[in-house]
Design a protein around this ligand. Structure first.
Ligand code: C2O
Ligand code: CU
Length: 525
């Protein structure tokens, strides 16, 4: 049964210009089509600084793509003309932030200016980069204080769908609108789609005056399922109609940037093919009728969707949870005219070229165990914080933590550093000893057991890992992930080569769980 998540009535569908699928892949937010040249010319919505040249068809090894992001206060009329504006925090005033685009092998250089009333950083979720560019305050850099700037610069080793967001007070900063997509095109153009779209899926928690509700990481959210919004957004909009043309083959890049919402999408009347997870290719697999595409916070999926409907038809894409409750996330609206595909509409789907991720040596891998515990209705009574054992009650009262990894809870650095030492000394020292010490170049199998009654999307920085099995059942494609959703009671085995030196975050991507202790440092040296 389809209920509605929205506290606000139906909005009229926005009519959108539909350009025929013509030359090459196109990128867009909001089903609003733009060729690369359009994006370059208009900078999507002003403010977006792009490199002087369009993406070339071939990678230019070492060429630099430059952007500028300003984290600032902004406001947007999200709920309709007759409703008040919603004050946000947004990159360049845009929700989501500007779509950053580059090509595999290029260098991405992003100058970030902080005009927020608190420190920030930017983390490049899923990108395998040097630690100093990873955007984790306390661990890889000083936070960018209000008024300051920081320039990130790193090579993009992998193609795929990624995203960026703050790693300081993430629950509040992401929850107020700071997130955007980062699309890395394959080194050579993928010819398996007529055009592509980025779908940034998120939600906001709004009050009756359309303001973002405060109380980030309150005890209730922190110890239960995190901060669920009451207003789901597609590319920052409530009016969620996506225009397509009968006969075209689309690549959809789905990104879940929500604080806590797990999206479970079902495409009415269509059977998309899954071609990539968390940016990394998987052997193309056609989804069964009504099979859900499940995306925990932080996760991405690339789908190839053949527009098999007829001109003028309309189909729903629903977000339905495990209990069968759901709502219509968006409509697919077919334009009046059909197009003819140049990308093999209706035929076999072309696999994406693999990324250069090191293959774990399973025969020689060392096994590590990780138990996730705590939270509401959890079984544990104690936690260790900075090496001190205490009751979970005291740990929550004194340090705001409610969850543990192997019995340890890590208080968030902003809480730790800011409250204790003030802004300037917030860095270095808040994270404590690493949970795992890994040897550079060695393969590991991490067996993760979810001993809580809540699902957790577990995210590892700086690496991609293969998902080997769930509950002892081998995963057929052993997909690479940087974030994997682990269900209550489930055991998942992940395998990776510890090939990126540094102190890396391992945390739940439900941002309120992260803030409440569900994180750790993994040292690779
Ligand atoms: Cu997308 Cu450590 O986060
Ligand atoms: Cu969690």
């Amino acid at each position: 049964m389809l209920g509605t998540l929205l506290m606000l009535g139906n909005l009229p569908m926005l009519e959108r210009r539909h350009a025929a699928a013509a030359s090459g892949a196109r990128r867009c937010y909001n089903g609003l089509m733009q060729t690369r040249r359009d994006i370059l010319r208009h900078g999507s919505v002003g403010l977006l600084t792009l490199a002087a040249a369009p993406l070339l068809a071939q990678a230019q090894e070492g060429s630099v793509r430059r952007y500028r992001l300003i984290a600032q206060e902004a406001s947007r009329r999200l709920l309709g003309e007759d409703r008040p504006e919603t004050p946000l925090w947004a990159y360049n005033g845009m929700l989501p932030g500007p779509p950053l685009q580059a090509r595999q092998g290029e260098i991405l250089e992003v100058e970030v200016e902080n005009r927020l009333p608190q420190p920030t950083t930017v983390h490049w979720h899923g990108i395998r980069l040097p630690l100093a560019m990873d955007g984790v305050p306390d661990l890889s850099q000083e936070p960018i204080v209000p008024g300051a700037s920081f320039t990130y610069r790193f090579t993009l080793p992998d193609a795929g769908t990624y995203w960026y967001h703050p790693h300081w007070a993430s629950s509040e900063q992401v929850g107020r609108g700071l997130y955007g997509a980062l699309v890395v095109a394959e080194a050579t153009d993928y010819a398996g789609a007529d055009r592509e779209m980025v779908w940034v899926l998120s939600d906001l928690r709004l009050d009756a005056q359309a303001r973002i509700v405060g109380g980030f990481s309150n005890p209730m959210d922190a110890s239960h399922g995190g901060r669920l919004g009451n207003t789901a957004l597609l590319n920052g909009e409530l009016a969620r109609s996506v225009a397509l043309a009968a006969g075209e083959r689309l690549r959809l890049r789905l990104v879940n940037t929500a604080n806590a919402r797990i999206f479970s999408l079902r495409f009415q009347g269509h059977n998309p093919w899954l071609v990539a997870l968390d940016g990394h290719p998987v052997p193309p697999r056609r989804l069964a009728d009504d099979e859900a595409t499940l995306l925990g916070p932080g996760m991405r999926a690339d789908l190839i969707l053949d527009a098999t409907g007829k001109p003028g038809e309309r189909f729903a894409v629903n977000d339905i949870d495990q209990d069968g409750r759901g709502y219509r996330l968006l409509h697919l609206d077919y334009a009046a005219a059909a197009v003819s595909s140049r990308a093999g509409f209706g035929g076999a789907v072309r696999p994406l070229p693999p990324n250069p991720v090191a293959e774990p040596d399973l025969a020689r891998a060392e096994r590590l165990e990780l138990s996730m515990a705590g939270g509401a209705m959890g079984q544990i009574a104690e936690a260790s914080v900075h090496g001190h054992r205490m009751s979970l009650r005291d740990a929550f009262r004194q340090h705001g933590v409610a969850w543990t990894f192997n019995g340890q809870a890590m208080p968030s650095p902003e809480r730790n550093g800011l409250e204790r030492n003030g802004l300037q000394q917030a860095s270095h020292g808040g994270h404590g000893a690493p949970l795992f010490d890994l040897k550079l170049g060695r393969s590991y199998i991490l067996a993760v057991r979810n001993d809580t009654v809540w699902p957790h999307p577990l995210h590892l920085h700086g690496h991609a890992f293969r998902l080997l099995s769930r509950n002892g059942r081998p995963e057929p494609a052993r997909p690479f992930h940087d974030t994997v959703l682990i269900q209550p009671g489930e055991i998942a085995e992940l395998a990776f080569v510890a090939d990126n030196p540094g102190d890396w975050m391992l945390h739940c991507h439900i941002l309120e769980h992260q803030a409440a202790g569900m994180m750790a440092v993994v040292r690779v040296a």
